[in-house]
Design a protein around this ligand. Structure first.
Ligand code: GLC
Length: 659
């Protein structure tokens, strides 16, 4: 059962799609205060588990830390970080009772889940203007499914998007992309997508293509299609300020950019230099920006990734003015100040003075800047910081709504960096700028079921790691998790070690691991479609399936996938295997590098499994089976006639039937 409570005058985020009457009275679950800001506090029993929060740091059980919903462009996902790129305000308190709570609030919201006091959950925000949805269910799993029912069906990508994709920030031109394509095709490593990062554009201008680098873009896109390669360009939120650039000029003329209080267009620097931000909260501006995707779709493009849409700000005009002022003030008075502070002339010359440094440090993604611009919401000016977490959501909504008009009969691949619940109807997400760290394989795994609870099914991380130099073993281990994530993409930052699969020794190992993905695509796609069309989860924590088994509930490095599978990837350096916990008897399956399949029934309980770097493990639940096919070089080339079942003999697999 779902109850909706209202406090003050909430902003309509349109996260929930089912109209519902508000329940009068107070929420019985805990103590609510709505006088000075909002806070909800309740007691947690020792064994209560808190699920949810989608793209958030730390464990599947969120207990024991503090998380802040505040979409942030922060590429350093260390354990102490409280905010990442998304804001997914749904939690499940699971214990004797199972209660879901969705705090529909578009600005900064804090979840103190046993951080201040171990037994206390407090959810708070500055303004008491929000909806709270409270869901009562039989189990955590049941609560998650009820929640999914009220937020609308998850985005479904085209089938090719279940293939493998290669990306790297730095591919400049046709030659660079050709090198990637032949690196894969010539080595028979399956691939379906090559991603185009910002360098394909003319001076980082959205919806443009650099004509020197891609002299005949539609022809090139077509040439790639003939090789079963889809090119997937990036679109950034900021629109470059440049005379003669039609999107900039139109946006200014029609008033579609975010404005300062005085009505002038807000100016901030991102990759193109000075930009304006489209006002995605204004339906007209949304429609206008969305219609621009047609330019690339007409050139044959059938997928995009939306980036920098927190929105990321390198610095604003106001920030730079403040910095210049501080430098000027300092230079004018420097001699006096310096002699007071230190008598070491050499040190003085090398150091940036504190008063200048503090301004420099606050230039990027500054909360002050988020208070400097406004959205036009049905004629009312709404300050950005009050609706900050809706920006990326509405950028992707602009695209999703436009695709329905531009190509109503076609599915377009779309995923975003920033998101809010509701965006899951228009696209998937990737988890942003991770690092080539072993701990980030595990973080990737833990985020997946939490994201599914919040509706985001088409998701994945930058495999191999975005920042830092990667290593061969790390890429292989991460790919062996990526085999199972709907979005399977290898992506890396400019200047890092090249990590395309053909850059390493013994390429056959990569060929094999990615090949396993293609062998499993009919199964993975079918389970994805079931999850999407039935508002169900593709990835589940073990506790959703075995809630009575405490050991299963506490297992956070294994996941249930679909109805038949459990995954347990290796995520530690130099390990030749790992410990697993089986909540029931299962069949251990390993895809061996020679193409054979190792199968062994294992009893419920603890086991150590050997998994070499070039093997892909999974478990099939007792009495179940799954379909596999022969390896293909692209999704298009999968030969369904090669399908056979693996798992328990005599079992049957209920496939998703496409209507
Ligand atoms: C951001 C994105 C990253 C991309 C880079 C350059 O950091 O998160 O994926 O490669 O910008 O566009």
């Amino acid at each position: 059962m779902v109850k909706k409570y209202v406090f003050g005058e909430p902003f309509e985020t349109e996260a929930v799609t089912i109209p519902m009457e508000c329940t009068p009275g107070v929420m019985e679950l805990g103590k609510t205060e709505a006088e000075n800001g909002f806070s909800f506090t309740c007691h947690m029993d020792d064994t209560d588990v808190i699920y949810g929060l989608g793209e958030a740091n730390r464990g599947i059980n969120k207990r024991g830390y503090i998380y802040v919903s505040n979409c942030s462009d922060d590429p350093n996902h260390t354990e102490n970080k409280q905010s990442l790129y998304g804001a997914h305000n749904f939690i499940i308190i699971s214990g004797e009772k199972n209660i879901g709570m969705f705090f529909d609030y578009p600005s900064k919201l804090t979840f103190d889940i046993g951080y201040t006091r171990q037994d206390t959950l407090t959810v708070s925000c500055e303004r008491a203007d929000l909806y709270v949805y409270v869901i009562d269910g039989d189990s955590a799993y049941d609560v998650a499914k009820q929640f999914r029912k009220i937020i609308g069906r998850s985005y479904i990508p085209p089938k090719f998007a279940f293939g493998f994709g290669q990306s790297r920030w730095g591919y400049q031109n046709e030659k660079d992309i050709d090198t990637v394509v032949s690196g894969y095709r010539d080595n028979q490593i399956p691939i379906d997508m090559v991603y185009m990062d910002i360098d394909y554009m003319q001076d980082y201008k959205d919806f443009t293509v650099n004509e020197e680098r891609f002299p005949n873009f539609p022809e090139y896109v077509q040439k790639m299609k003939e090789k079963n390669i889809h090119l997937i360009p990036i679109i950034d939120a900021g629109v470059k300020i440049e005379d003669g650039y039609d999107i900039y000029e139109e946006g200014v003329e029609k008033g579609y950019f975010c404005k300062r209080e005085d009505g002038s267009d807000f100016v901030a620097a991102v990759w193109p230099g000075w930009t304006h931000f489209p006002d995605f909260l204004n339906p007209e501006a949304r429609e206008w920006f969305g219609s621009k995707y047609a330019r690339l779709i007409e050139a044959g493009i059938d997928g995009f990734w939306n980036d920098m849409n927190e929105p990321a700000i390198f610095y604003s005009k106001e920030g730079i003015d403040a910095l210049n002022q501080a430098i000027k003030d300092y230079t004018e008075n420097s001699e006096d100040k310096r002699t007071e502070k230190t008598d070491d002339i050499m040190n003085m010359a090398n150091e940036i003075p504190a008063e200048v440094r503090s301004i420099m440090e606050r230039l990027q993604n500054s909360p002050e800047d988020y208070k400097r611009f406004y959205h036009n919401v049905n004629g009312k000016m709404v300050r950005h910081d009050l609706v900050h977490n809706l920006y990326g959501y509405n950028m992707t909504r602009a695209a999703g709504e436009a695709f329905e008009k531009i190509v109503p009969d076609k599915k377009i691949l779309m995923f975003s960096r920033s998101s809010y619940i509701g965006m899951h109807r228009y696209g998937g997400i990737w988890t942003g700028d991770n690092q080539s760290w072993w701990s980030h394989i595990l973080l990737n795994l833990k985020m997946m079921p939490s994201l599914n609870m919040c509706g985001f099914l088409y998701t994945g991380a930058d495999l191999g790691g975005f920042g830092s130099d990667t290593t061969r073993d790390l890429v292989l281990r991460w790919l062996a998790l990526g085999v199972f994530t709907p979005l399977m993409r290898n992506h890396a930052a400019l200047g890092t070690r090249e990590q395309e699969c053909y850059q390493f020794e013994n390429i056959e190992d990569f060929r094999h691991v990615i090949g396993v993905r293609y062998r499993l695509i009919p199964y993975l796609y079918s389970e994805f479609m079931k999850a999407a069309t039935q508002d169900d989860l593709y990835f589940k924590p073990l506790g959703f399936v075995y809630p009575e088994d405490r050991r299963a509930v506490e297992t956070e490095d294994q996941l249930m996938l679909g109805n038949e599978v459990m995954i347990a990837p290796v995520y530690t350096q130099n390990a030749s295997g790992r410990f697993v916990y089986l909540p029931e008897e299962m069949k251990f399956v390993k895809f061996m590098p020679d193409g054979s399949i190792y199968e062994q029934i294992m009893e419920k309980g603890n086991h150590y499994i050997d998994v070499a770097l070039n093997e892909v493990p999974l478990f099939i639940r007792k009495g179940a089976c799954i379909p596999i096919v022969d390896v293909a070089q692209s999704v298009e080339e999968i030969d369904m006639s090669t399908m056979k079942m693996i798992g328990y003999e005599g079992a049957s697999y209920k496939q998703y039937q496409e209507a």
